[in-house]
Unconditional design. Structure first.
Length: 154
């Protein structure tokens, strides 16, 4: 009885035109289907929020999918090709992001260098002027006087 149930269960698998077997079903029934590559997946049933408290919300059913020889290898190669493409795309995006970040940092450094160069040129022009020397000597004294006044107010 068990062999008949197994034959009926896998009838489509055994009688498909793409099968490599000679059509002798009795040989196929003697095989334990453990040597056929299979993928097990779970399917979760979703329900309305009211039924989350029921026992049916945690129900899961396991399914087995049987593949013919070579199909699993083909699927894996297709997956590898897709993943390789995705990884290359991710690397391209990451490299682009890092290049843009480095470029913006480089622009900021270039702007800072130009600002420092401009200020140094101006300083070299005014460092010998008497009013500049006076300003350089008086400015720290003004800050000290301002600090003393703030301390007195506290």
């Amino acid at each position: 009885m068990d062999d008949v149930d197994c034959a009926e269960k896998h009838k489509d698998y055994l009688s498909d035109d793409n099968s490599d077997d000679s059509g002798n079903i009795s040989n196929e029934l003697e095989l334990e289907y453990e040597d056929v590559p299979s993928v097990t997946r779970s399917r979760t049933t979703f329900s309305s929020p009211e039924s989350f408290s029921s026992k049916n919300s945690d129900a899961r059913s396991d399914e087995k999918i049987f593949f013919r020889s070579g199909v699993l290898t083909q699927l894996e190669s297709q997956r590898d090709e897709k993943l390789a493409g995705m990884v290359v795309n991710l690397q391209a995006h990451c490299r682009g992001y890092l290049a843009r970040k480095k470029l913006s940092q480089r622009k900021l450094q270039d702007l800072a260098v130009r600002c420092i160069q401009r200020n140094v040129r101006k300083f070299l022009l005014v460092r010998d002027w008497p009013w500049w020397r006076l300003l350089v000597r008086v400015t720290p004294l003004l800050n000290v006087h301002r600090t003393e006044e703030e301390l007195k107010l506290k």
